[in-house]
Design a protein around this ligand. Sequence first.
Ligand SMILES: [Zn+2]
Length: 302
Amino acid sequence: MKHYFSLIIILLIVSVFSLYADSKIKVVTTLPDLKSITEEIGGDKVDVFAIATGYQNPHFVDPKPSYILKLAKADLFVTVGLDLETGWVPPLLNSARNAKIQKGSEGYIDASTNVPLLQVPSSVNRAEGDIHIYGNPHFWIDPVRGKQIAENIFQGLVKASPDNQNYFQTNLKTFNDRIDTKTKEWITRMAPYKGSKIIAYHNEWPYFEERFGLKIVDFLEPKPGIPPSPNQLVKVIGEIKRENIKVIISSPYFTTESADLVARQTGAKVVVLATSVGAEEHIKTFFDLFDYNVNKLVEAFK
Ligand SMILES: [Zn+2]
């Protein structure tokens, strides 16, 4: 008899825990940055999994069966959109066969919705392998656009769990207020370097550049997604010398050979910035991302 009681108690505990786990909104995001923002707004009501790591090139992620399992059980899916993840998201969503999160469903959140975009071409053209054909998709590397991303995620969370609307709303306000405060602080720190000319490896910084008053003169890639060519490097070396450029910014997932070569020829410094949360172990939130990049740049320009 005693055994039965213990068994019943154990079963009760297990079912309470599984109820609790099930009550959370299961969210899958493509990037860790979207995960961080979802956690800011969703708080303890969400259980979030990010497919890509912060040190992976977000254009090229290898689909794994474990991602499909996560997507199959998800209530919400958050994607950057445009053509950032074109190569890997559609096959994953197809395989997951989860109607809740297919494009057009309520559980599919396109983070680019209502985000003011830069570099939107007048016509869609994949000529020479260009992978930014709907406008520049790296808009999350701007704290202020992070507020629109948060708004889009908020809308999705409210649809998934209307009872928690007030809770999400409060978290959204806290997030937005903190972004405003921190952005002022970051802009102040970058102010002495306003107008500084730099070179970037891949064209993923226009939003960051605009927010913090930098001037990106050229890229090591001749076109987004096309590896640096000797001609392009010669051109960039000329520009660095002519314009007295001191800094080349790169990202964790690019090889260092071409940037190092240009640096050796010109004396410019290569600075590897973080393009996503998790690029370095201590970059744990969307706020850490900008703290890290601003610190790195201030250090480089000094
Ligand atoms: Zn790109």
